[in-house]
Design a protein around this ligand. Structure first.
Ligand SMILES: NC(=O)C1=CN([C@@H]2O[C@H](COP(=O)(O)OP(=O)(O)OC[C@H]3O[C@@H](n4cnc5c(N)ncnc54)[C@H](O)[C@@H]3O)[C@@H](O)[C@H]2O)C=CC1
Ligand SMILES: NCC(=O)COP(=O)(O)O
Length: 330
């Protein structure tokens, strides 16, 4: 049986993306579960292979259909957008624009059904903006490229999974944006995703916004009662096994203990903080609500170590595995 075709975007060429891509695609376990085609810059990937000491042959192809997936070979749709002397670890508009172009090509391939999933290496949001693409991140960019209004970010680790009600907006704006309808849609999206992955009755815990989930009105301005309780009640009435609002720290403690399959976090750092404590290699970012499968590393461009050959490819390897697991049959 054929494994899924996965378009792997190289991310920001000045970051660790090229290094984690070549490392991950040389991993026999990854190659056993998917047929990867990189969308990026061939020369940059050759630099990364040299720096990391990974022995692979990099080969340009025009399309996924042309790729042969021979062992020891990594095939690349070479957009050739980066200057040969692009320094590692330095933010640039040219690398930000290139990162955008890789995602655009990968999403076109996925929407057309020519690959079964996208797996993204990290882009730098400031570089993306400098390159003329003012998206908060991949999630919002892919939503637009795929013609979808709302997508949720899920972080998946073996210990805990988190879906976010809001992500890339300021904290004051996030609290303003959260309402019961958005909380309800996020709970339903998270529940459906876990059911699709084979869990018959996922157990969800929903975080409050304020410390101690407001402690019955002691902290905050009643946001839990207004924005979260009605959503939880409607979902429970429909048979979803969801509890909350819970104090966020308690929610994560309980999830770590095994009481919940999925935590619903209200804002970016509420969900990301606990996941990052588990280690960079543990986390995979999954976009929930796109018409295509997209997974990603859960770390950034790491400009401080880019070009040194020390970047850990664990998150990229796990992101590729999960892309393959979630992808429809080719
Ligand atoms: N999926 C994506 O495209 C993501 C992109 N970003 C973007 O990356 C940029 C930099 O973000 P930061 O907050 O500095 O986080 P970062 O994850 O790039 O770096 C934080 C720390 O983790 C280390 N680190 C990161 N990845 C590593 C790896 N694979 N192996 C070993 N060490 C690693 C770095 O060296 C640094 O010390 C920002 O523009 C951010 O928006 C951040 C997260 C995800
Ligand atoms: N903190 C995760 C992150 O910023 C990644 O976002 P995205 O690029 O996957 O939208």
């Amino acid at each position: 049986m054929k494994t899924p075709l996965v378009a792997v975007t190289m991310g920001d060429g000045a970051g660790v993306g090229p290094e984690v891509v070549v490392r991950a695609l040389a991993d026999p376990e990854v190659r056993a579960v998917c047929r990867p085609v990189v969308v990026g810059d061939l020369r940059r990937l050759e630099d990364a292979a040299r720096i990391t000491g990974v022995e692979v042959e990099l080969r340009a192809v025009d399309s996924p259909e042309e790729a042969t997936f021979e062992p020891g070979t990594v095939e690349v749709i070479d957009l050739d957008l980066l200057p040969a002397d692009l320094p590692f670890g330095v933010l640039s508009a040219v690398a930000g624009d290139a990162a955008y172009q890789y995602v655009k090509v990968a999403s076109e391939l996925a929407v057309a059904g020519r690959v079964q999933a996208i797996c993204t290496a990290p882009l730098n949001k400031e570089a993306l903006h400098a390159g003329g693409h003012p998206y908060p991140g991949h999630t919002e960019l892919l939503a637009e490229l795929c013609g979808v209004d709302e997508v949720s970010m899920m972080l998946s680790t073996p210990t805990v999974k988190v879906i976010h009600v809001t992500t890339h907006i300021g904290l004051v704006d996030a609290i303003e944006r959260i309402d019961d309808a958005l909380v309800e849609r996020t709970i339903r999206r998270g529940d459906a995703t876990l059911r699709d992955s084979g869990l018959a009755r996922p157990r969800l815990g929903v975080c409050g916004i304020n410390p101690h989930a407001g402690e019955n009105g002691l902290f905050g301005r009643g946001e839990e009662a207004e924005k979260i309780v009605p959503a939880v009640e409607r979902c429970r009435a429909d048979g979803i096994d969801v509890q909350g609002p819970l104090p966020a720290d308690t929610a994560f403690f309980l999830a770590g203990r095994g009481d919940y399959d999925l935590i619903v976090a209200m804002y970016h750092d509420q969900g990301h903080g606990p996941v990052k404590v588990l280690g960079l290699e543990a986390g995979v970012n999954i976009s929930v609500g796109l018409p295509v499968i997209r997974t990603s590393v859960d770390h950034g461009t790491a400009f401080d170590i880019a070009g040194t050959g020390t970047a850990d490819a664990g998150s990229m390897i796990e992101a590729l595995r999960q892309a393959a697991a979630l992808a429809p049959s080719p």
